[in-house]
Design a binder for this molecule. Structure first.
Ligand code: NAG
Ligand code: NAG
Ligand code: NAG
Length: 360
């Protein structure tokens, strides 16, 4: 208890002085993390991760970025990155429908200055910060569509809330996917089809088709957003044990209790196309991409579920627009003690006062 006692003073001070006003907590001062679900439930998670690509050192200019056969990139040699993510490098079979194959290349996932991006000037705020680009393109005269896929290395995820701050662009003929995956029949997807209008997104729990190839009505929802996916937005997917919810800038846009993943899986982002019915056929010389500034994720694993995790110090993740200004409150009603903490997804936003729960 000695270490807890040391923290009690700032906690008590904070709660006395500020009453319920939030204070800032450091990531390392939180054992567990909560979010508010689409139905207003407080959900607890044992793990937290935040990846900010905005300050990523990018040495790639527009002309480097157009070189599309790099075997190594600033990411493939970055251990901090490759410890968490695996960049895919494989080729699919030819889709007979289209005579296309999909070729995932490491050179299609790059940290890049916004000003070097094909269809973008610098950001709306005028800051030329970096973004992580995932792209897919179809060279002239080629039977291959080059693609990008990054998979999170923790394959034991079971329940999560993930937020991706990103914009998208592209010619028709690509699928931009942000999803949890186990296998083709167990998958929770947010998909943007570049052949759709810029305000259409698709939220699906797989399988979307039954054994006869007919659409399962509960599986997929086509959502019309108030805006365009070509602009920068916060996309969020929640995976609870009996419910999935999709959010757009903090607003719930879809919810499904059908087809919720019942076993562990992992988080994936990709951009691809195979000329088939779903992706559509990309024109020669066409390109599409996903530009990510931040990824925030809280999750449990099946190991956490089976072993149980001690959550003494809890920080809440609230739904605000930007990850780096997320408000977190700490409560632990079951144990009868409560504190409130404000906790930034970005470690830069940290002030260092901890809210904690005293366990007797
Ligand atoms: C390596 O990746 C991490 C994020 O995963 C980033 O913060 C860091 O700046 C990168 N370092 C280099 C040298 O690119
Ligand atoms: C992240 O997305 C939200 C919602 O669109 C936005 O308010 C915020 O500015 C974004 N953050 C960055 C760094 O672009
Ligand atoms: C995540 O794990 C924690 C700690 O074991 C547990 O209390 C919580 O209920 C789990 N959350 C979900 C959504 O299963």
């Amino acid at each position: 208890m000695a270490s807890l006692t040391a923290l009690t003073v700032p906690f008590l001070l904070a709660s006395t002085l500020l009453h319920s006003a939030p204070v800032l907590a450091k990531r390392e001062d939180c054992d567990c993390f909560t979010t508010t679900s689409s139905r207003g439930k407080t959900i607890l998670y044992a793990n937290y991760e935040y990846h900010d690509f905005r300050s990523f050192p990018s040495t790639l200019s527009a002309s480097d970025a157009s070189v599309k056969s790099l075997k190594s990139t600033p990411l493939t040699t970055n251990k901090t990155f490759t410890d968490d993510w695996s960049i895919q490098d494989w080729k699919s079979q030819i889709n007979p429908e289209a005579d296309f194959s999909v070729v995932n290349q490491v050179s299609n996932i790059l940290p890049i200055q916004r000003s070097a991006l094909k269809t973008s000037s610098s950001g709306a705020d005028g800051v030329d910060e970096s973004q992580l680009l995932l792209r897919s393109y179809k060279p002239t005269g080629s039977k291959q569509q080059y693609a990008a896929e990054m998979e999170h290395r923790n394959k034991d995820v079971f329940t999560a809330s993930v937020r991706v701050n990103a914009s998208m662009y592209g010619d028709p003929g690509a699928v931009i996917g942000i999803f949890f995956y186990r296998d083709g029949k167990s998958e929770t997807d947010l998909e943007i089809l570049t052949r759709d209008k810029h305000n259409i997104v698709r939220c699906t729990n797989q399988p979307a088709l039954d054994e006869d190839g007919n659409e399962i009505p509960e599986a997929s929802t086509i959502v019309e957003i108030d805006g365009s996916w070509t602009d920068h937005h916060e996309w969020r997917i929640d995976w609870e044990d009996d419910l999935n919810s999709w959010f757009y800038d903090g607003e719930k846009i879809a919810e499904k209790s059908w087809g919720v993943m019942k076993k562990n899986g992992y988080f994936v982002m990709n951009v691809w196309g195979d000329g088939g019915e779903w992706s559509g056929k990309m024109k020669e010389g066409g390109e599409a991409g996903l530009r990510v500034s931040q990824i925030g994720m809280v999750y449990n694993t099946t190991k956490d579920r089976d072993d149980g995790v001690e959550c003494e110090r809890i920080c809440d993740v609230d739904d605000v627009e930007a990850f780096d200004a997320v408000t977190k409150t700490s409560t632990n009603a079951q144990k009868g003690a409560a504190g409130r903490a404000r906790f930034g997804w970005g470690l830069g936003a940290v002030l260092g006062l901890v809210a904690m729960v005293l366990v007797v």
